[in-house]
Ligand binder design. Structure first.
Ligand code: PLP
Length: 378
């Protein structure tokens, strides 16, 4: 096999939906005419309503990013003491607990879904536990029914980091209909984005009222500030971008579904390689395309494949390695002991996120697959 050609420009794992600029500037004319750039203007209200409908999430609040949204969720749910979470995630997940003076307690993940294992969660509940912060990693849903049942048994709150779960459904129900609060990230790396942005979806209208206060400094009226809130507001420029991007989400999802099938066809029969699958009772958010590399069977470690693909100008990502429990700020926690997290350690050494976005051509996907297969054989 002759080596496939390298890409002429670095090929990254994602590229944001960038609608024709004229669509955005048309909407910006409305923003300019309104003279209103922040603090819940017309675009904000319209996007909130459109997303509420799209996500089937009746009580939705927009935010300036997903991390602040999750910090506010912890405040709104009054999480304290200890919260059980996943070590296999982006730094923001445990950090939002630390910013709320809550100790993250890391539970091992299920080896198939890569989300926290409810049995491990149950074994970590103490009298200091106030909640569970699950992560629908890569849009694969946590075992939401088991976690909801645990919450009922032990009187816990359940928040979800659904940064990757835009459009995920479980048992034909919106992902945010499970638990108390679900955060979505609208960062530029996400399929639906507002450049920076996020949202919180909750199931209790009173909780939404509290969230609206918390995200706006706790200001209730001209003369009343009722709690120590923060600035979590999404601007009109972000909201207008979101409204334009939302029009293109359907096409992007269709293209990503086709690309997934193409990758699957090219890589499925390769020993030691597995593309992560969404469970049968869930729909795919089509956010990431993740390869698991079994070093023994593939004859090559994930790290070697990651390095070799750089020679072809393909920049893959080892999401999520290192584990959060391995960061210097969390390593000393008893729950961070690697002996308690065997599945998380194994998975973190095997996963590789591949280029995956609608603007990839079939030829690009073939070129990536050729580079992977060439790297394995040479
Ligand atoms: C799992 C997860 N949680 C939280 C975040 C943070 O979201 P944001 O960048 O919108 O603050 C991200 C990444 O963007 C993420 O991947």
């Amino acid at each position: 096999m002759t080596p496939p050609p390298p890409f002429t420009q670095p090929l990254y794992v994602t590229r944001p939906i960038l609608p024709p600029l004229a669509e955005y500037t048309t909407l910006l004319q409305d923003v300019w005419a309104s003279g209103w750039l922040a603090n819940g203007g017309a675009q904000h209200h319209l996007l909130e309503a459109e997303l509420s409908q799209w996500l089937n999430a009746p009580h939705l609040s927009l935010f300036n990013n997903g991390t602040i949204a999750l910090i506010v969720a912890c405040q709104a749910l009054r999480l304290s003491g200890e919260v059980i979470t996943s070590p296999f995630t982006f730094p923001a997940t445990p950090h939002v607990l630390s910013w709320n003076n809550v100790t993250p307690v890391f539970a091992d993940i299920d080896p198939d879904t890569l989300c926290i294992d409810p049995n491990q969660v149950e074994s970590l509940v103490t009298n200091r536990t106030s909640g569970i912060l699950g992560v629908h990693v890569y849009g694969i849903p946590c075992d939401v029914q088991a976690l909801d049942a645990l919450a009922r048994t032990y009187g816990l709150r359940v928040a979800y980091d659904g940064a990757h779960a835009f459009g995920t459904q479980v048992n034909r129900r919106a992902i945010s209909s499970y638990g108390d609060a679900t955060m979505f990230s609208f960062h530029a790396t996400k399929l639906f984005h507002t450049a920076e942005g996020g949202a919180l979806a909750v199931n209790d209208p009173d909780l939404k009222k509290r969230i609206e206060l918390l995200k706006n400094f706790g200001i209730k009226s001209e003369n009343e500030v009722v709690m120590p809130g923060i600035n979590g507001k999404m601007s009109e420029l972000q909201a207008a971008l979101g409204r334009i991007v939302l029009r293109h989400v359907g096409t992007e999802r269709e293209r990503r579904a086709t690309i997934r099938t193409l990758y699957q066809t090219r890589l499925a029969h390769q020993p030691g390689l597995n593309l992560l699958q969404i469970p049968a009772n869930a729909t795919d958010s089509l956010q990431y395309l993740v390869l698991r590399v079994n070093a023994q069977t593939a004859g090559l470690h994930r790290d070697q494949l990651h390095e070799r693909l750089k020679r072809f100008n393909i920049v893959t990502r080892k999401y999520f390695n290192p584990l959060c429990s391995d960061y210097s700020c969390y390593r000393q926690l008893p729950s961070a002991n690697p002996r308690n997290l065997p599945n998380a350690y194994r998975v973190a050494a095997e996963v590789l996120t591949l280029p995956y976005f609608g603007a990839l051509s079939d030829g690009d996907v073939h070129q990536v697959c050729d580079a992977i297969l060439y790297s394995l054989r040479h």
